[in-house]
Ligand binder design. Structure first.
Ligand SMILES: Cc1ncc(C[n+]2csc(CCOP(=O)(O)OP(=O)(O)O)c2C)c(N)n1
Ligand SMILES: [Mg+2]
Length: 683
């Protein structure tokens, strides 16, 4: 365990001034209930209940500097119970974060404010992650804590040495993802992770006992956590528990017994304060109960000053850290700053270009999952920031490269995480890794199990994080494992998600292009859909242009003298089907173009004239993809020919399945010739 002064830093010793504490906590309560009242919606219960815990944490333990909110070595605070957003907004305002003005507090939940209903990453400094879907923030915090230990191993105590605190509610702990997150954290002995459980025994439907009787302390203890239970309204107890937790060699859970809506005399302790304004009468009663004599949004100077003072605690620490960073030497400092900025090493572009050239010289027939591993063999030795992993499918996802040590409790310097069978937490942990900064996470499972990751993928997209999902076994082409394992609707459903880039390469060369596009995409997540089965090389002519980055491009140009009759769009393994159909049609004198579509999203972002050119005006329009049709009409029109799936797959060797479901060149040719004949008749 590390006990450097930097880590101890701000655990303020000495007795707590209880009167002062009460005023400061009540400021959080008053701002929160008044903002909810003004917005006529929101959640006063959590901020009022957890105000004492938050006050002790932020005034005595958390290390941060409102003047430098992005200070890389700050402690992270995650409000996993995102409905309690007013707690966080009140804290940021009182501590002096520039983004969080009183006007923003008064504008709670309004369009364009920095204070939306749930905290959103990027809306205001000090908000470390977007929370709201319960349990996600907890798993993000596990990712942040992993990133911290990993970067500590890489850069040393002087540069990276901080803690991650997360406030969870009953809801976060009932969610399945909490189990995945806590067991992983316990296994990795993340002792710089401290979970404050707002243990109020209430959720929306009423007492938690309606639906749950888990002994949460025993549950965490069983997975290797330090545990304690305290009165969450006793500042000394909160402080003592935090001090103990800071010294633990394991992650810590502090169950803080609180009263939801503390201070609202007729409603506290009941579900009705969870998510509705208290109402004018109860707000007045709460003012009397708390001894809060001030008008709405008025925090008297002496209380505001006390908070601002707490906000200044970290400045000296931050400056000391800057001095330490200056002292580590230019090489390390430069590498650290580059990693935190998320910049890729300059050599990567040239190396990937050389690699793509070598693929053209000697085009391999490879499953794109194997091709992906080969690209990673180029990327990983150059980009020390990549942290790979898989949810127990390393050998199938081909995600681990030779140079990657395993990240373990004994060696946080490893760059490969065995996430175990925890897809959901893997995705949310990757969000936490990306949010922390200094690392670039990628992780794998089967494409069909993106369903198990989906809530976290959605947050990657909403936050605009560079997280790369390596999703293999991308169609019925996986064969014998059958319909439970064969994605059918997944490409369509992932493409439906705003902000997510979905890429499905057709061969090794395109896989390299897709990886390059994904890793250079700084503010968007990417799903790489990769084949289990071997794919013949499609392209062998070298070009500096990364065609996959255009999203769609022509592979076969059809009639050189004029209009073609047919255009076929295809992705991934079905590009070969399209090319074979093209050969037959061409032999039959039917001018046909073929367009590879590695990414619909990237194509949609191209200039209009490029898109028009690629889409063309052929009367007969075909798409081939071993998934459902949804999403293809913009390419082929509602009357286009779609060769793909319309139901679930089946268990059989892959070639038999493509035959059975009619995803073959013959089927495509037959459909095209029938359509052409039909056209003829109509004419
Ligand atoms: C995944 C998910 N499911 C449901 C909800 C809706 N929801 C918001 S808060 C909440 C109850 C949370 O209870 P608890 O964490 O105990 O919060 P408290 O009532 O104590 O503030 C629910 C069901 C949600 N935000 N996320
Ligand atoms: Mg609760």
């Amino acid at each position: 365990m590390n006990t450097s002064t930097a880590a101890k830093g701000l655990a303020a010793p000495g007795k707590i001034d209880l009167a002062r504490h009460k005023e400061m906590a009540n400021a959080l309560r008053a701002l929160s209930m008044d903002a909810v009242e003004k917005a006529k919606s929101g959640h006063p219960g959590l901020p009022m209940g957890a105000a004492d815990v938050a006050t002790v944490l932020f005034t005595r333990f958390l290390r941060f500097d409102p003047q430098a909110p992005k200070w890389p070595d700050r402690d992270r605070f995650v409000l996993s119970a995102g409905h309690g957003s007013m707690l966080l907004y009140s804290l940021l305002y009182l501590l002096g974060y520039e983004d969080m003005t009183l006007a923003e507090i008064e504008n709670f939940r309004q369009l364009g404010s920095r204070t939306p209903g749930h905290p959103e990453y990027g809306h205001a400094a000090g908000i470390e992650t977007t929370t709201g879907p319960l349990g996600q923030g907890f798993a993000n915090a596990v990712g942040m804590a992993i990133a911290e230990r990993h970067l500590n191993a890489r850069f040393g105590d002087d540069v990276v040495n901080h803690r991650t605190y997360v406030l969870v509610g009953d809801g976060c702990l009932m969610e399945g993802i909490s189990e995945e997150a806590l067991t992983l954290a316990g296994h990795l002995k993340l002792n710089r992770l401290i979970v404050l459980f707002d243990d109020n025994g209430i959720s929306i439907d009423g007492p938690v006992t309606l639906a749950d009787s888990t002994n949460q302390l025993a549950r965490f203890a069983a997975s290797g956590w330090s545990i304690s239970r305290i009165d969450g309204h006793d500042p000394d107890a909160i402080s003592a528990a935090l001090e103990t937790a800071q010294a633990s060699d394991r992650p810590s859970l502090i169950a803080c017994r609180t009263v939801i809506g503390f201070g609202a005399p007729h409603k506290q302790g009941t579900a009705c304060v969870h998510g509705a304004p208290l109402g004018a009468e109860e707000v007045a009663a709460a003012r009397a109960e708390l001894g809060w004599k001030y008008e709405p949004f008025d925090v008297p100077t002496h209380i505001r000053d006390a908070w601002r003072l707490a906000g200044l605690r970290g400045c000296k620490e931050r400056k000391a850290w800057e001095a330490r960073l200056d002292a580590v030497g230019n090489g390390t400092k430069g590498e650290f700053e580059r990693a935190i900025a998320g910049d890729l090493p300059h050599a990567l572009e040239d190396n990937l270009l050389d690699y793509r050239k070598s693929l053209c010289e000697n085009p391999p027939a490879l499953a794109t999952r194997a091709a992906s591993q080969n690209v990673l063999d180029v990327i990983n030795p150059l980009v020390a920031e990549t942290v790979g992993g898989s949810a127990d499918l390393t050998g199938s996802n081909n995600t681990r490269t030779k140079d990657m040590g395993v990240l373990t409790a004994e060696d946080y310097g490893g760059r490969y995480i065995h996430y175990g069978v925890r897809e959901h937490a893997m995705a949310a942990v990757m969000n936490g890794l990306a949010l922390h900064g200094g690392v670039i996470p990628y992780g794998g499972t089967f494409l069909v199990f993106t369903d198990y990751c989906r809530p976290a993928i959605r947050l990657s997209a909403l936050m605009g994080l560079r997280v790369i999902y390596v999703m293999t076994h991308d169609s019925i082409g996986l064969g014998e494992d059958g319909p439970t394992h064969q994605p059918v609707e997944h490409l369509a459903s992932l493409r439906a998600m705003p902000g997510l880039i979905v890429m499905r390469p057709c061969d090794a060369l395109e896989t390299a292009e897709c990886w390059q596009a994904a890793i250079e995409q700084r503010s968007k997540p990417t799903v790489l859909a990769l084949s289990r089965q071997k794919l013949a090389p499609v392209r062998s002519r070298f070009s500096k242009v990364n065609y996959a980055r255009r999203g769609a491009y022509e592979l076969e140009s059809g009639n050189p003298d004029g209009h073609s009759q047919v255009v076929i769009f295809a992705t991934g393994s079905e590009v070969q089907v399209a090319l074979a159909a093209h050969r037959t049609l061409t032999d039959e004198g039917i001018a046909t173009r073929v367009v590879a579509v590695p990414s619909m999203e990237l194509f949609a972002a191209q200039p209009d004239d490029y898109r028009k050119l690629v889409l063309g005006e052929e009367p007969v329009r075909v798409a081939i993809e071993a998934g459902v049709r949804m999403g293809w009409d913009p390419f082929i029109g509602t009357d286009g020919i779609f060769i793909g799936m319309s139901g679930f797959g089946a268990s059989a060797p892959a070639p038999a399945l493509f035959e059975y479901f009619g995803i073959t060149p013959e089927a495509a040719v037959e459909a095209v010739t029938a359509r052409l004949a039909g056209h003829g008749e109509e004419d």
